[in-house]
Design a protein around this ligand. Structure first.
Ligand SMILES: [Zn+2]
Length: 245
């Protein structure tokens, strides 16, 4: 893939990421509304582009496996120009992907942007999971530019922060607030450290799940404490032990 293509795709991305950052800040994770002053202040501290990045990563269902190598067929489709052929084969590689992800990926003009989008979302998802698991330092790939100068010496230009969407979005985020919902698997930026699930219906589901687990534990404990019924297996074992003494 030519470098200019990568850069064009990157530019398109940076634009997509910077669209209306204010709207993406907080409201995208559905937590605007009935919040206290304190919560609202915390919510505002979410980095401007993080909401949009989480939205994009959340297009991928939790258990959906994103292969590193896309199944792009090698044989050329007859009757198409090279560009159209590559585009068509790329689109076909996305058959069977979740609808929202597919719609997002294919909403681009050039096949190389589509591929670039796919690989970025895949990398962001992995990065977020590593951060949530506390795997630091997290090393991410950046796209440095290498060009020979007039004396034919290789010169490396590192990308600026806003050319690297993940680095740009994550800068300044409180890493303790980055979470993956245990109910629906969506990534979110919590409004407080002990918020474990998102959105609200997941929080309710998680609370119920915990209540059920606690109730089960309580009943198990009380069963252990209770004297086994005569004739039961536990009772028989207990009687045997008593007789042995
Ligand atoms: Zn959830």
């Amino acid at each position: 893939m030519a470098l200019c293509c990568i850069l064009a795709a990157r530019r398109a991305y940076t634009t997509a990421m910077s669209e209306n950052p204010k709207q993406n800040n907080g409201s995208s994770n559905g937590q605007a509304g009935h919040v206290t002053q304190v919560k609202r202040r915390e919510q505002r501290s979410m980095p401007a582009h993080l909401g949009r990045l989480l939205e994009l990563v959340n297009l991928v269902p939790r258990d959906f496996d994103m292969p590193e190598k896309l199944p792009i067929r090698s044989e050329v489709i007859p009757g198409l120009s090279i560009e159209d052929d590559m585009r068509e084969r790329t689109i076909r590689a996305f058959d069977g992907m979740p609808d929202a992800l597919r719609a997002h990926l294919l909403g681009f003009d050039h096949w190389y942007s589509v591929l670039s989008r796919y690989h970025d979302i895949r990398a962001w998802r992995e990065n977020l999971r590593k951060m949530i698991a506390g795997e630091y330092p997290l090393v991410i790939e950046v796209r440095a530019r290498i060009e020979p100068d007039q004396k034919h010496k290789a010169q490396v230009t590192l990308p600026s922060l806003n050319e690297e969407p993940f680095a740009n979005a994550i800068t300044g985020a409180d890493v303790r607030l980055l979470k993956e919902c245990p109910v629906c698997g969506k990534f979110f930026y919590a409004i407080r450290i002990n918020q474990d699930a998102w959105p609200a219906n997941c929080a309710v589901a998680l609370r119920k799940r915990r209540e059920r687990a606690n109730a089960k534990l309580r009943s198990l404990r009380s069963k252990k404490r209770s004297v086994p019924k005569p004739g039961s297996k536990r009772g028989a074992i207990r009687n045997e032990r008593l007789q042995e003494r």
